[in-house]
Design a protein around this ligand. Sequence first.
Ligand SMILES: NC(=O)c1ccc[n+]([C@@H]2O[C@H](COP(=O)([O-])OP(=O)(O)OC[C@H]3O[C@@H](n4cnc5c(N)ncnc54)[C@H](O)[C@@H]3O)[C@@H](O)[C@H]2O)c1
Length: 353
Amino acid sequence: MKILITGGAGFVGSSIGILLKQRYPHYQIFALDNLKRRGSELNLPRLKEAGIIFFHGDVRNPEDFNELPEINFIIEASAEPSVLAGINSTPDYLVNTNLSGTVNCLNFAVKKNANFIFLSTSRVYPINQIEKIIYEEKETRFNIKEKQNISGISLTGISEDFPLEGYRSIYGATKLCSEYLINEYQHFYNLKTVINRCGVLTGPWQMGKVDQGVVVLWMARHFWKQDLSYIGFNGSGKQVRDILHVNDLFELTDYQIHNIDKINGETYNVGGGKDVSVSLKELTHYCSEISGNTISINEVKENRTADISLYITDNSKVTAATGWEPKTGTKEILKNIYDWIKNNEQQLYPILK
Ligand SMILES: NC(=O)c1ccc[n+]([C@@H]2O[C@H](COP(=O)([O-])OP(=O)(O)OC[C@H]3O[C@@H](n4cnc5c(N)ncnc54)[C@H](O)[C@@H]3O)[C@@H](O)[C@H]2O)c1
């Protein structure tokens, strides 16, 4: 097995690469990354130590693929992953990386006859449809109600039947456009593909920042005793997301690599699900408990652009097809992140603080 991971120095790419190499030491794993994300450079020694070969390259440049060796699998994990990207600035980088870059990866996969796993996002589901979800306000979070008026939403969360018509953020749109092209390549060029529409992913080595990687950001701010804000939804902090430990995503990726014929052409919602979900208010409680620090949290009443009140993944389809389920609970995820920050405090300080 010769696997190329694009965005291979990023949080997801490096985590999956290193875990794959640990489980299958005889596999050859290559990571391509342009190191755009601040902090990805910290993963280079980790990749090297794991025996992963790093290529400094850019998915926007088809020429950069010419340098790469023979491969038979691509995990496309490169991206500008912020939902705010391109909204108050030009979308050039976003579109060129997340859409044209994916096309370059697809063309390379065709050339090498390599199978293709794509890291998509729950953000393909439109904001205006998510706003139709009926929920109730409880003491610490918003809760989905049983009776709903649109398809694809239940107490279990959002399934693949959720409507796709509407606006979703430019980030979400680049991912959905990529998904459409992947399906065309799968059908017309006989590429074997699988698409994972991931909810919030987290874990050690996520370089959390204000606009991306909220769970790590929250813990880091507690660790270094800095302020935070509940932005939007009346400053209540009741907005909810499910969270998935990257180690759990790795287990699914492992299955998908080795069972691609069974799941070829499929698109799955993938996330922590309702049992591993948390509101910002609850996140504060956990972070405070684990770090032993209490910090001040401002309340900003106005909603932030492209924000949503809740997202919970319904994993029914992926679980039925693969048997995979998330295993790591909320508290365990947070403890894991806390330990990682504590053990790498000096190295992480300039990036996370
Ligand atoms: N982290 C999440 O919560 C989450 C949720 C859903 C989907 N995803 C998707 O998962 C994938 C991985 O995200 P992540 O959390 O690891 O983000 P990340 O920013 O940590 O990793 C992305 C990597 O891609 C690299 N990159 C950016 N532009 C590039 C380019 N033009 N050429 C080559 N490399 C480039 C960055 O330097 C970075 O190392 C992305 O596709 C993202 O959209 C992430």
